[in-house]
Design a protein around this ligand. Structure first.
Ligand SMILES: Cc1cc2nc3c(=O)[nH]c(=O)nc-3n(C[C@H](O)[C@H](O)[C@H](O)COP(=O)(O)O)c2cc1C
Length: 474
């Protein structure tokens, strides 16, 4: 199965012809507005918070913290790059575990009393880099993403899962031969307290907002589909969102000045796996009830669960939502459309542009129905040269309030600044979705853009990554 490379779609006519031939529903602007009238440059205000432009940096871990959970020089470099990107909204920075057993890898940051000052310094490094380049921190909003990795926890070594799950999953449990442990209601009560404690520390470290993460198969997200779980945290929608509601109540009571955001996987699929020919295929399953927002052909219908969630967020006066989809572990082609699969992935079963279009459409449908929410979209990096053109069209048509950038920022940190200042894109820095940023950490190496960021290309681990990939190919 092969798909045309985006780099070969050189003109608006090429792109339009490809979209129309394949029936991929994606709109774009053929030309970019000059800086003075660019939709990207328009400030945004909600909840008393003013954000200077419409670019958002999505949370991006580097698997590069210290064993204790502090940032390393690599972490600081990434955060400084976020700061000098030109984006005024930094959504969460990266996933930071609220306690040790919730780490997705042994190098994930962990927030505790011990390192509040270090996290404050990390935030300041980002702000300083922004000020060095743009002269002021006006309109810059930096939040911190709080997480417990749940089923995907690997706190001690990268190759030993220690899954703490919301419920026994009909397919995913079998992917953990060592077994999984279902968290009890008392465990979850304690975890609520840990999130609240982490929120207090984040606020002390200078973050005005925290993201209570509900995406990508991690614990908050898995709880949303805990339909078969008995007890206070499972079954009804009310019970499945108890964790979120209690964290929010705790934060409101104990950290009144702290704003709350939620990053949500707004639709999902059954888990996928690599087929015999290397191409992804869905696991065969009937009557699947373990998805929040199961996509079964009709995207609009799949968004029913997300609608219920967004109504809840509005009722909780949470005004900031970042919409993403699926999980990098069991349906990576849904979550981060890419041409080249990561080490544990599969050949994309569809043109990755279709995955981008799905993100864009889901976000637009929800934004239209929830106009008061500040909505950030995700999954744009595969658009490559066309990212600004699609993003501008989305903003202009009100399909999202912010264009979120993930992988693109690893290869091309200052793409937002180039767009905002009217410069042409630097083609050699454009992310081509080689997926080394995922293959490296899945092999126990730090993440980064090895193919395009000269810093990582020269980094000693680049050689190790090359060997890992050669072994895979052999
Ligand atoms: C290396 C890497 C690290 C990531 N870390 C996080 C994270 O810490 N928290 C999170 O919510 N998403 C994380 N993501 C997902 C991205 O935020 C984003 O949703 C995804 O890459 C799709 O957007 P894109 O097409 O712009 O890359 C990560 C993705 C990658 C590739």
């Amino acid at each position: 199965m092969s798909w045309p490379r985006v780099a070969t779609l050189r003109t608006p006519e090429d792109l339009r012809a490809h979209l129309s031939r394949t029936g991929i529903p994606l709109s774009f602007d053929a030309t970019l507005e000059p800086p003075a009238s660019s939709p990207f440059a328009r400030p945004f205000e909600v909840d008393g918070a003013r954000v200077g432009n419409r670019f958002c940096i999505l949370p991006m871990e580097g698997w590069d913290g210290t064993p204790e959970g502090d940032p390393s020089d690599l972490t600081r470099r990434r955060w400084r790059n976020f700061g000098r990107s030109g984006a005024k909204l930094i959504w969460g920075g990266e996933a930071v575990a609220v306690r040790m057993d919730g780490r997705a890898n042994p190098r994930q940051l962990v927030l505790g009393e011990r390192n509040v000052g270090v996290l404050a310094r990390l935030r300041q490094d980002l702000v300083d880099a922004h000020v060095e380049r743009f002269g002021s921190e006006q309109g810059l909003l930096v939040s911190l993403q709080l997480t417990h990795s749940g089923r995907f926890a690997r706190p001690c070594t990268h190759d030993r899962p220690e899954p703490l799950v919301a419920y026994n999953h009909p397919i995913l449990d079998a992917r953990f031969p060592g077994g999984v442990r279902v968290l009890s209601d008392d465990d979850l009560d304690r975890l609520v307290a840990d999130f609240v404690a982490a929120g207090r520390l984040a606020h002390r470290a200078g973050f005005p907002f925290v993201d209570v993460k509900h995406c990508h198969g991690y614990l908050g997200h898995e709880l949303l589909s805990a339909r078969e779980r008995p007890g206070r945290y499972g079954g009804s929608f009310e019970n499945r969102t108890r964790f979120l509601r209690e964290v929010v109540a705790g934060l409101r009571a104990e950290v009144p000045g702290l704003g709350i955001m939620v990053r949500l996987s707004c639709f999902d699929t059954v888990p996928w796996r690599k087929g015999g020919d290397g191409v992804g295929q869905p696991e065969p399953v009937n009557g699947y009830r373990s998805a929040f927002g199961l996509l079964d052909g009709n995207l609009d219908a799949a968004l029913g669960d997300a609608r219920e969630m967004l109504r809840l967020l509005e009722s909780l006066q949470i005004n900031w939502v970042c919409l993403t989809a699926g999980s990098p572990y069991y349906n990576p082609h849904v979550q981060r459309p890419a041409l080249f699969p990561p080490l544990d992935g599969y050949t994309p079963p569809e043109d990755p542009l279709r995955g981008v279009a799905r993100h864009v459409m889901a976000t637009a449908l929800l934004k239209k129905e929830f106009p008061r929410l500040a909505v950030v979209g995700s999954g744009y990096s595969y658009l490559q040269e066309w990212l600004p053109h699609v993003g501008q069209c989305v903003l202009r048509e009100g399909g999202a309030d912010f264009v979120g950038l993930g992988r693109m920022v690893l290869s091309y940190p200052d793409l937002p600044a180039d767009v905002l200042e009217g410069r042409p894109l630097r083609r050699k820095s454009i992310c081509r979705t080689f997926s080394d940023c995922t293959t490296a950490p899945r092999s126990g190496l730090v993440s980064g853009c090895y193919p395009l960021d000269p810093f990582y290309a020269r980094y000693p681990e680049a050689e190790q990554l090359k060997r890992v990939k050669e072994t895979l190919r052999a």
